[in-house]
Design a binder for this molecule. Sequence first.
Ligand code: APR
Length: 240
Amino acid sequence: MVNVQVTVLSGAGISAESGVPTFRDVETGLWAKVDPYEISSSDGWQRHPEKVWAWYLWRHYMMKAVQPNDGHRAIAAWEDHAEVHVVTQNVDDLHERGGSSRVYHLHGSLFEFRCDRCDLPYDGPLPAMPEPVEVVEPPTCVCGGLIRPNVVWFGEGLPADAWDRSVDAVRNADVAIVVGTSAVVYPAAGLPELALSSGIPVIEINPEETALSASATLSLRAKAASTLPTLLQRLPALLG
Ligand code: APR
């Protein structure tokens, strides 16, 4: 499929089979145990940075302990047959570790940190965390600000560069594969709609029905790791 562009829009579900809890799956979702607004908003950070920092630091270390799955690896392998762009809402690095070379993080990364006052990137030492704890004091910047994770919190804007590259990747796609997202958080959830309104076929892979399922060109009730490895070869037949 030379000269074909495949744009992947991924969410937490693609990392679920690596053992990473999703956000909204009730019994296992990350939110099930914490108040999402308290722990993932700039208000929450202002009120108790030590709680927010502890939660992100735990996820940072947890992410180091898990591995990419067959879904991440399949998307990377597609690069041998097509031009592949990955737009992800995930803050993990599993697409990169699975071998993908074009990954745009709409919601930031657990592996980047910056000062909450002067925005200076921070790559200094991180406190050890042998097991999850409720509070950890964040490091301080030379300017006196606090070091925060470089992730997008509720109410914050998306990184402009990642957003612009993602919109281009959707506009120039021959097909968009939406995998492992509940498709409810905007503006990311608007990208499949942009593809559809541009006449670009959208294939959804999700074991559950989502807000996108009814409008997707094709919605497969399936899991990422078992479906993605054979999906690319099946595209011509699936799209007719
Ligand atoms: N394969 C494919 N999809 C899966 C799998 C799997 N093995 N397991 C679960 N899913 C699906 C679930 O059915 C659900 O629709 O993954 C989706 C995960 O949805 P969410 O938990 O809402 O995660 P996501 O869509 O990535 O959330 C978007 O919300 O909280 C914010 O910033 C956070 O980036 C996150 C954004």
